[in-house]
Design a protein around this ligand. Sequence first.
Ligand code: SF4
Ligand code: SF4
Length: 442
Amino acid sequence: MVAQYHHSLRFDIDRCDGCMSCMRACPTAAVRIRNGHAVKLADRCIDCGECIRVCPRAAIVPLTDHMADLSKFECKIAIPSPALYAQFDSEVFPGMIFSALKQCGFDDVESVSPACDAVTIATELFLNEYRGQYPLISSFCPTVVRLLQVKYPELVDQLLPVLAPREISARNAKIRKARETGLSPDQIGAIYITPCPSKIVSILEHPGMQQSNLDAAVSICDLFQILAAAVSRVQETEYKIDAVESASGLDWSFMGRSPRSLPAEDTLSVAGLPNVMRILDDIEKGRLRKYRYIECHACPEGCVGGCLTVENPYLARGKAIKLQQNLPAGCMVDRREVEISYRRKEYLMDDYLTGRPLRPLDDDISRAILKMKERDRVLAELPRIDCGACGAPSCRAFAEDVVLGDADKELCVFYWRRELATRIEQLASLVKTQNQAIGGQP
Ligand code: SF4
Ligand code: SF4
């Protein structure tokens, strides 16, 4: 029995015309085309949003929260992803965006930079004491965590068990606001302003934690228009320069922010799912043991390339780097205090991370082995050109669907054409035999 997992997107069959773009783009073979529409295989989907990027009909809907959904909270605190700042021109400072977020309905905004600095220190401390298998793999990107759980379960033990900055920010914001207002934690909503759908899933079901400190997520693209309008009002009246975020906080919006204290030759940074998978393949083969830490972002260029952003990832990265030049460069937290909290395990996940089993061919091991043989037999009958016309992304995936009872072999046009030819031949031979039997012409 496979556990049920939360997901952050749904396929709208009224809009989908079955063009197969999403099926071809999905890195985990989680999409099938059935009855002319795309459907998602829940055990395989890692919420990477690659399908959202390629769908020409906007038929894949991210399940983010909307401002109206947040009215259940007495107090709403926005936790902006550092990628949010990179959506604006570099003369728009984070303080202006803080004011604009308040105009958009948030009661408060929490800076993420102190948490980024604290997590960087916690990562360094963990790495200094770690004695297990190298390299350690970053865990701040929920899609990368799910990718490992689904496709590379034997590497899950190498995921860094340090919490992501957004979780630390949300925890700090709620403690601060409860102290300021006297409200109970459940009356305070910590709302992530997210560049991608995978953060939504990590709120519903956080790997390695009993419960996320975040309560909801609003996408950058949903908020952008009203936020940009509010920013232009703020620009005329308020902040010119401010210190609510730091240059090191913005580092987290794009690839290449590996702990500064580690020698460059000990670390690698990689962004974009195909590249991440190439690196994970190499780790699996034991080729990268000389590295101590590998920073993996599922999106191109890092969070600035999330599919729920509005700016081109390369331009956004450039804007973030330019903005960094005008932000404070120093660390926003006291290293001693972070070390004390780290010793109290306040920056570590509560639980070990584990793999996420895909749906087996059968729950019974001996039947599963028989089905594996059957799958290979079906596969041998298929042309192995992965044309997709059957509604599966590859002949191998189709053979598995057939054995699982989810697809009929005759959906393969090549198989069907061969079957048809065989049947026509059989029919012709039958007609010939009958004609001979009644003394007619062959
Ligand atoms: S979100 Fe990613 S894994 Fe899930 S169906 Fe879309 S492309 Fe596939
Ligand atoms: S990309 Fe997928 S969801 Fe979008 S129209 Fe094509 S088959 Fe349908």
